[in-house]
Design a protein. Structure first.
Length: 320
């Protein structure tokens, strides 16, 4: 008897309702998210911000790239939007500066492009006088380029010239070499037997003659000094006479000093006599005042007696 096994098929999943609608809604949501992110990035990058156009001109645009920032005091105030070539063959760098940062740029502002040996180029703005008028819309300014790497060939050429000049100076046939040889010759002559005299005289014979004349002059000078010493400092020399005169002068000065002392004593006595005379004069003045007072009293007494005297004579003389 054969047994038959029955196989059951797997159950099919239930269909999703409105699958097409949900898929479309998901796609729309993704598109909206992507668009929102893009708009946010554009807003963050200043795409919707009011800007002012600035044109910078330079001989070439090496080192400048679109999107590079223009900094002022280390802060970005603008961004490079377009780089183009002018009809004159110069590079034109179009920079967009936000309106809120445009007040930092003035008519006297300077713009530089700095190219370093290491790192990228930098666009910088400098304003020396903040009170100048603001930079107008679409203003065109020259770009000052400072390339440190470009100065290296000039420095190498200058160093090469300096080395060539040093080599020419230190050559054996140069003016400096000949001067050093002359100095060496002069040093050899100074170190020689003739010394400085040999250097001055030149030849040996002339040097010996000059030395002999110098020796004779020295001998004469010694004799002259000896005679002068004898005449000045000898027993009967000028110095001895001067010393005796000084001794006599000292004696005269001592006598004059004694005379002055005696005169001082006489003056002291005269001053004492003058003081006594002054005291006596003062006493005489007081005595005279007393006498005058007594005389006035006597005169008053006499007048009073004459007035009161009954037998007073008539002093008048009557003529017949």
């Amino acid at each position: 008897m054969t047994e038959t096994t029955e196989t059951t098929a797997p159950a099919e999943p239930a269909p999703v309702r409105n699958a097409e609608f949900k898929a479309a809604l998901l796609l729309i949501l993704m598109v909206v998210l992507i668009a929102g992110a893009a708009l946010y990035l554009m807003y963050a990058r200043g795409a919707f911000e009011a800007t002012q156009r600035l044109v910078l001109t330079a001989d070439d645009s090496e080192g400048v790239a679109v999107g590079m920032d223009v900094t002022f005091a280390g802060f970005p105030i603008g961004r490079v939007r377009v780089i183009e070539l002018s009809p004159e063959g110069k590079a034109r760098v179009l920079v967009d500066v936000p309106k809120k940062d445009a007040h930092w740029l003035r008519t006297s502002s300077i713009f530089t492009l700095e190219k370093g040996i290491v790192g990228g180029a930098k666009l910088r703005a400098f304003t020396g006088i903040p009170t100048d008028p603001p930079l107008p819309e679409g203003a065109e300014r020259g770009l000052l380029v400072g390339d440190a790497a470009g100065e290296i060939p000039k420095l190498l050429a200058a160093a090469r010239d300096v080395l060539a000049n040093v080599s020419a100076l230190t050559a054996a046939d140069s003016a400096l070499g000949q001067s050093l040889q002359n100095v060496q010759g002069v040093t050899d002559k100074l170190n020689g037997p003739g010394g400085a005299m040999g250097l001055i005289a030149g030849e040996d014979k002339k040097s010996r003659e000059l030395l002999a004349n110098a020796n004779s002059l020295i001998v004469r000078a010694d004799k002259l000094v000896g005679n002068a010493d004898a005449k000045v400092f000898g027993d009967k020399g000028v110095a001895t006479d001067a010393q005796a005169a000084i001794v006599q002068l000292n004696g005269l000065l001592a006598d004059a000093r004694l005379s002055l002392k005696k005169m001082d004593a006489v003056l002291d006595e005269a001053q004492a006599v003058g003081k006594n005379a002054r005291v006596a004069t003062e006493d005489l003045g007081a005595l005279r005042a007393d006498v005058d007072t007594n005389l006035r009293k006597i005169e008053q007494l006499v007048n009073e007696i004459n007035r009161k005297w009954p037998f007073k004579r008539d002093p008048e003389i009557k003529l017949p």
